[in-house]
Design a protein around this ligand. Structure first.
Ligand code: HEM
Length: 144
């Protein structure tokens, strides 16, 4: 695989070279930092959902941080459907931070300054599309 120029992509590529499956690491961290999330995956499909949710989230992150061809739209759609699952927006957005922290942990000293800066920026942008719109979109009566 040729090394990618996009630092977010690069972070996932470097991790893939040393970790076959991020799923247990990500959810271990998620449940440690946000124990309330564990109860949300107790259904029969819980284990299946964890793997596919992470895979789809990573695909959406790569598109969001890349050329935005389509998968990035999953983020806003899922934020809305997760409202119905009872996942608060703050927790939803926290999942992205958990992914970033897991990558940083796996990469150790290979977590470069460039990768760090790109993730910081990305997390702010994700926060803006997920948390802010709810407040902005609240419908109000027009002023008379
Ligand atoms: C900590 C935050 C999150 C929690 C607690 C959470 C929880 C859940 C739960 C409980 C389901 C299963 C719903 C069902 O029974 O059908 C689910 C499904 C899903 N979630 Fe999340 N979610 C979180 C964050 C995210 C994020 C950030 C994304 C991506 C933008 C995402 C994408 C999805 C997708 C695509 C599914 C459907 C997976 C499938 O059925 O194959 N989730 N989530």
């Amino acid at each position: 695989m040729t090394a990618s120029a996009n630092p977010i992509q690069q972070s996932f590529e470097r991790v893939a070279e040393r970790c076959e499956d991020l799923t247990p690491l990500v959810y271990h961290r998620l449940f440690r930092e946000h124990p309330e999330a564990q109860a949300m995956f107790r259904s029969e499909r819980g284990e299946l959902v964890k793997g596919s949710m992470l895979a789809l989230t990573i695909e959406a992150i790569l598109d969001f941080a890349g050329d935005r061809r389509g998968s990035f739209r999953l983020i806003e759609c899922e934020a809305a459907s997760h409202d119905a699952y009872g996942t608060p927006r703050e927790l939803f957005v926290a999942f992205f931070g958990v992914i970033a922290a897991t990558l940083r942990e796996v990469l150790g000293i290979d977590w470069s300054r460039e990768i760090d800066a790109a993730w910081q920026k990305l997390l702010v942008e994700l926060n803006d599309v997920i948390v802010q719109p709810q407040a902005q979109m609240r419908w109000r009566w027009p002023k008379a």
